[in-house]
Design a protein around this ligand. Sequence first.
Ligand SMILES: [Zn+2]
Ligand SMILES: [Zn+2]
Length: 148
Amino acid sequence: MERLASFSNDPFDKPPCRGCSSYLTEPYVKCAECGPPPFLLCLQCFTRGFEYKKHQSDHTYEIMTSDFPVLDPNWTAQEEMALLEAVMDCGFGNWQDVANQMCTKSKEECEKHYMKHFINNPLFASTLLNLKQAEEAQHNENSHSFPP
Ligand SMILES: [Zn+2]
Ligand SMILES: [Zn+2]
C-alpha cells in the first residue's frame, strides 16, 4: 500500500499532457469523466478546450494542485473562461449583465462562483487571464504580419 502511494506521488511517473505532451507542472487539469488512465491536461491545452477521442471540452474536471482548492465541478472550462470574460466586459459587480452574457448560469451563481474561486484564488484567475492575453497577443501579431 505504501509503495503504491509513493509510486503515484512520484512526479516522474505522471503521464504528460494529452494535448501537447509537455511535462505537467501544477496546476494542471484532470478530467473527472475520462479514465482510467487519468486524462491530464496542462492549463494551456485546457483553456484552449482541447478535445481527444472520448474527451470533450465540456467534461467536468479537477484542478490538480497543492496550492489552491479544487474548483466547482459544476462549472466547465468554457464557463470559467466565459465568466472571466463577462466580468471583464461588463465590469466587476454587474452580475445581472454577466449572467445575461453567460446564459447558462444565474446572477447569483456567477457572483458566488467568482467571489469564491477568483477573488480568493488570484493565482488561478491570473493564470487563465495571462494565457488568454498571450494567445490574443499572438493572434494580433500574426494578423499584423499577414495583411489582407
Ligand atoms: Zn498541454
Ligand atoms: Zn474527459
